[in-house]
Write a new protein. Structure first.
Length: 500
């Protein structure tokens, strides 16, 4: 076996390659073993949880073992102990997930220890740790993707759910390398690498999910794009599909490695029905990047204002706010949308922060006051389109709008995955764990969103015939209701005119 120093160096390089030097996130003068207090407070950084450090009383201190590891497996065992300690201390959403049948922190880490005892290289450890965190069922409890450590892959294929079926979306732009038959919108996915697709998706745990429908959504998205460690290859390599005629065929998936940023706009306005003056505000993400690929709230604000002004200029009476598939981003961006839609001081969310050495605080209201010059759409009727892909800040926006007068939520339940995270760097591998430290509830309620999601006012289940075509089942439901309302209004107007 390699020397311990060489082994730990290799292990650290898996996640710290792009940082230039190992342990650069540690305080000056620190060693590979963190000081005890580094487990008591999260690493601070832009956009991460911030709190005033409070030391535990000395009689309560239970420092972790500080002996140097003698073997590679010994180092892994000690790091797993640190990881479990962090999760036990800081995981704010644990009470919710304890109610679920698969929530088992001690069991998961015990299984991880058993698996790690047979490892002599770092690569399988990163995958095992990722899977262990993923299996705890929290969309924010995960390993952090780091540049130079992971690679993003795209297949060019898009899939949507139609009831219990998974169907090729019309957005697909690639038929797969060497594929004779080309996937068409509406074709049903039968198997992945020879495994029934339902079983394949259940086993996949690259990205965690907080609810069953959220886990299905992120697993389905993995057929379009995946983030893998540099030593991994994306899967599946072969898909089996079925035409509407019943004919089955296979295609080889052409996974292509490329980096973001995505050039698609974060916010876009369009006119859905000119006669009835129905506009659409499509919000793809609250994680908006500028032309240089940098995260930028200003880029989001600029796009939002242009879109809102365009809808106001068109004098729309109804606005369809489409946040389906919006995995979240900065709360600041979500609050800007809330200000545009309400035009008044509004409760954005109810929130509390977990601190392992303080008494649990009650949920407190987090309010937002829009700027005086913000372009407003508050006088319009609002229809919000949601689904299981709407998570994090997206859910907070839906929760803030849900139940308000003149607002109707249409589609499917949101992800049930919210929470600000603290980021901890593990002492031996250098891998980073994001741990959610906040709980959130819908304004006016004490019921938390995590592990539950927000149920729409009108639930829509797309049929297979709706997927892969120009038909959007959610939008059609909204337009049908608006047109019926308009027709009813016209009918009343004609009757009044006749009476005169």
């Amino acid at each position: 076996m390699r020397s311990l120093a060489a082994t730990l160096t290799t292990l650290s390089m898996v996640s710290a390659l792009a940082l230039g030097t190992l342990g650069c996130d540690r305080p000056r003068g620190s060693t590979n073993r963190p000081e005890d207090d580094s487990l008591h407070m999260p690493r601070m950084g832009t956009g991460e949880f911030r709190a005033e450090e409070q030391q535990r009383p000395s009689e309560e201190r239970k420092p972790l073992p500080r002996t140097s590891p003698r073997t590679f497996q010994d180092a892994l065992q000690k790091e797993i102990e640190v990881a479990e300690h962090i999760v036990e201390l800081w995981w704010a959403s644990r009470p919710v997930h304890d109610e679920a049948e698969d929530s088992r922190v001690p069991m998961v880490f015990s299984e991880l220890r058993d698996i790690a005892r047979s490892m002599d290289t770092p690569e399988p450890y990163t995958e095992a740790l990722r899977f262990a965190l993923c299996s705890l069922g929290d969309g924010h409890l995960r390993l952090v993707d780091e540049p130079g450590v992971t690679q993003r892959y795209f297949s060019g294929l898009h899939f949507d759910r139609a009831g219990e079926d998974i169907v090729v979306s019309g957005r697909s732009v690639s038929s797969g390398k060497g594929a004779a038959p080309s996937p068409q919108g509406g074709d049903k996915l039968i198997a992945a690498d020879g495994t029934p697709v339902a079983d394949w998706l259940d086993r996949l745990c690259l990205v965690p999910g907080s609810t069953r429908h959220h886990r299905h959504a992120v697993a389905l998205a993995s057929l379009r794009q995946q983030v893998r460690y540099l030593h991994e290859q994306p899967t599946p390599r072969e898909l089996t599909l079925q035409r509407k005629s019943g004919e089955t065929y296979t295609v080889q998936v052409d996974w292509r490695a490329k980096d973001e940023p995505n050039a698609a706009p974060c916010v876009k306005a369009s006119l859905l029905d000119k006669k009835n003056k129905v506009g659409e505000l499509k919000i793809r993400t609250f994680y908006c990047v500028d032309k240089g690929g940098q995260l930028s709230d200003l880029a989001f604000e600029s796009q939002l204002q242009l879109a809102a002004k365009a809808l106001a200029k068109a004098k729309v009476r109804d606005v369809v706010v489409d946040v389906r598939g919006n995995a979240g981003g900065t709360e600041w961006s979500a609050k800007q949308v809330l200000g545009v839609l309400t035009g008044e001081r509004t409760v954005f969310t109810r929130e509390r922060t977990r601190h392992p050495y303080r008494a649990t605080t009650p949920l407190t209201d987090v309010e937002h006051t829009p700027a005086a010059d913000v372009p407003l759409l508050s006088s319009r009727r609002i229809w919000m389109l949601s689904d299981a892909g709407c998570a994090d800040a997206c859910e907070l926006l839906v929760g803030a709008m849900h139940g308000r007068e003149g607002v109707t939520v249409v589609g499917r339940a949101t992800a049930g995955s919210v929470g600000k995270t603290a980021v901890f760097r593990l002492p031996y591998s250098g891998l980073q764990i994001a741990v959610p430290v906040t709980e959130h509830a819908v304004p006016g309620s004490d019921v938390t969103i995590e592990g539950r999601g927000i149920v729409p006012d009108i639930e829509v289940v797309p049929a297979r015939s709706d997927v892969g075509t120009d038909t959007d089942a959610d939008i059609e439901v909204v337009l049908e209701r608006i047109r019926k309302r308009a027709a009813k209004g016209d009918s009343k107007g004609k009757r009044r005119k006749g009476k005169k």
